[in-house]
Design a protein around this ligand. Sequence first.
Ligand SMILES: CCCCCCCC(=O)CC(=O)SCCNC(=O)CCNC(=O)[C@H](O)C(C)(C)COP(=O)(O)OP(=O)(O)OC[C@H]1O[C@@H](n2cnc3c(N)ncnc32)[C@H](O)[C@@H]1OP(=O)(O)O
Ligand SMILES: NC(=O)C1=CN([C@@H]2O[C@H](COP(=O)(O)OP(=O)(O)OC[C@H]3O[C@@H](n4cnc5c(N)ncnc54)[C@H](O)[C@@H]3O)[C@@H](O)[C@H]2O)C=CC1
Length: 674
Amino acid sequence: MAQLSYVSGSVGLITLQNPPVNVLSAATRQGIMESMKKALNDPKVKSVVICGQNGVFCAGADIKEFGPNISGPSIVPLIYDIEVANKPVVAAIEGSALGGGLELALTCHYRIAHSKTRLGLPEVTLGLLPGAGGTQLLPRLIGIPASLELITTGRHITAAEALQLGLVDHVTQSDTVDSAVKFALSVEGEPLDSRRISKRPCPHLPDLDAVFEAVMQKARALQYSFFAQRAVGRWSMPSGASWNTSKARPVHRAAVLGLGTMGRGITVALAQAGVSVVAVEIQEKQLNEAREHVYATLERGAQQSGVSPSCANITYSHDIQAVADVDLVIEAVLEDLSLKEKVFQQLSAICKPGTLLCSNTSSLDLNCLASQTKNPELVVGMHFFAPAHVMKLLEVVYGSKSSPEAVATAMQLGKKMGKISVAVGNCRGFVGNRMLKPYIEQSYFLLEEGATPELVDKALEEFGFPMGVFRMSDLSGLDVGWRVRKEDGLAEPVGTSGQITRLRGGRRYSPLGDILCEHGRFGQKTGLGWYQYGRPGGRVAKSDPWVFNLLEEYRARLGLTARPIDQQEVLERCLYSLINEGLCILEEGFASSPEDIDVIYVFGYGWPKHRGGPMFYASMVGLATVLERLDHYYRSNPDVPSLKPCKLLRQLVASGSPPVHKWKEITKKIQNRL
Ligand SMILES: CCCCCCCC(=O)CC(=O)SCCNC(=O)CCNC(=O)[C@H](O)C(C)(C)COP(=O)(O)OP(=O)(O)OC[C@H]1O[C@@H](n2cnc3c(N)ncnc32)[C@H](O)[C@@H]1OP(=O)(O)O
Ligand SMILES: NC(=O)C1=CN([C@@H]2O[C@H](COP(=O)(O)OP(=O)(O)OC[C@H]3O[C@@H](n4cnc5c(N)ncnc54)[C@H](O)[C@@H]3O)[C@@H](O)[C@H]2O)C=CC1
């Protein structure tokens, strides 16, 4: 299971031979031990190279061997013997060096890796620690912060990253074993003391406590997130109705109305949950496309999960009368109030008594829709996120007349569809989109003041968002917000020579997003937005000089001088204004707990899970700090109301900044609406 051969006169080549991935089975460990012994005792051998057969170094311990009766030589003395060897030992790493495989490489005196190699300590994913030296050797080689990250996440890294970290000595594009043999020849006879990692001191870090505290905070945030995810199921409404006093109705048959982007995803998610669906679309072309799209998505999903597709459960129609006998309808027609009002009138007339009428609206007033029906208590919002069959989050929106039973039914259906459902009140943008508004607004203001989309996105991506605000806006389409701003009377044509006003209704307003849309730059779909994408539908964002010119001209037209803006300011302004809005929502009672808000942000908006969510993050940063910074920014921007710290934030700070799970005691006292 490990073979010793002799190459280039003085190199002993030990090849692990345990296909397919050369795991350290008992026989392989035995083989390595015996080959090492032979090579070290052989006077002809001046250096040793260890490699794996078939282009794979070693995938670690043989997981199949784990159990009470493990036999063969123990890995720790084996590894020790390699490190203390008095001839240089070089690891020739190809394919994978994982777990015990990487530990084996760490005991060698030198490491040469092929550029396509992946390295890592994935033990944590198996419920183990890298106990064969990994926890001790890696920090001595690459430092504590990088080791902590690799050990606690189990992340695999590329050879390029390993080289950058100092984990390998050299990366090659050519034959790894050849390179390692040449290298071994070049170091024969050289002193080895400095190459024995266990003999090195652990790198000194002046702020070691801070490093460990940051890791502990991450762990606390993940634990918080785990419980928050479960807490949202225990929903309550301002009336006092809650999950344990309200019974959900069974939903066997549901209808989806409007088979555009959202309706298709919702149809897929319902079918996958085993609910039979009546899918209704007025446009013949859209209906046919939707049928194909839904079928293909279900097929793909079934292939991946190994179950048979649920297409038999779906019937398609272009006639709204087809919804007459369903238990629940999810309306997903265009975002147009008069159209939706008409649709709700029709549904109320057609559906059998007791049918729940849900809307997927993202911004319209649910009470207006409910008022069009005979039974407004049966109307709730089911706000899915695109793509609806993938995204985990569902906001279940209750209007002023929604019955607890209707809310319970939508929550239960969401759960059945594999969603994390959060019950929220009916305010503009509900919870998630309402909080997004000040976040986006601040990012525009930062551009006016001197930032670039790249700078803002970098700060947010390094914070942990998968995409910064500008890349995200390009992905979801800039025209969507533009349409809403036009309807709200905010967006006015700017043109090239007209006067630009930056105050609307006494508030600061940035028309930058509107200017982009006036130029037909709607984001990825048009190939141009805050970045350029090469072609309509392109996905790779590249910096666009056109945007830089626009920003310069815009500032010049307004007499603004660009100033340096650092990442800290980006984070404070974008995140604290979003947090402030979340606290307003809590204060006003549109969300019943900080956990609800955090779950919405983690599962719907890419907030990094290891930072818990906006409310948890605020408490980690310190509510007093958030308050002080908001006060600071509001003083210099009195025309930006979203920077004005809300009452709840002041009260929380005045009460000694209690931990998140104690906020309810304070919010209960000041919730004054609904
Ligand atoms: C006292 C002695 C006790 C020792 C105690 C020391 C403690 C330790 O040292 C701790 C450890 O190493 S724990 C193991 C850590 N290593 C891993 O988690 C790597 C797991 N493997 C992979 O990621 C991929 O297979 C990999 C990326 C490597 C390759 O991916 P591919 O997609 O190319 O191939 P797969 O289809 O995944 O795998 C091919 C076949 O190999 C089997 N296999 C992979 N890793 C194994 C492993 N570590 N142990 C046992 N079998 C393993 C895999 O199951 C598959 O087999 P078949 O399903 O039969 O084809
Ligand atoms: N696109 C998104 O990312 C999200 C959209 N939403 C909301 O979902 C709803 C739908 O949005 P999209 O799917 O993006 O729109 P879309 O424009 O892709 O699809 C709407 C579909 O409704 C059809 N339709 C219009 N009137 C109809 C009627 N009377 N009966 C049956 N079908 C009718 C249209 O022909 C069209 O196919 C909107 O309220 C939107 O605000 C909610 C969350 C995210």
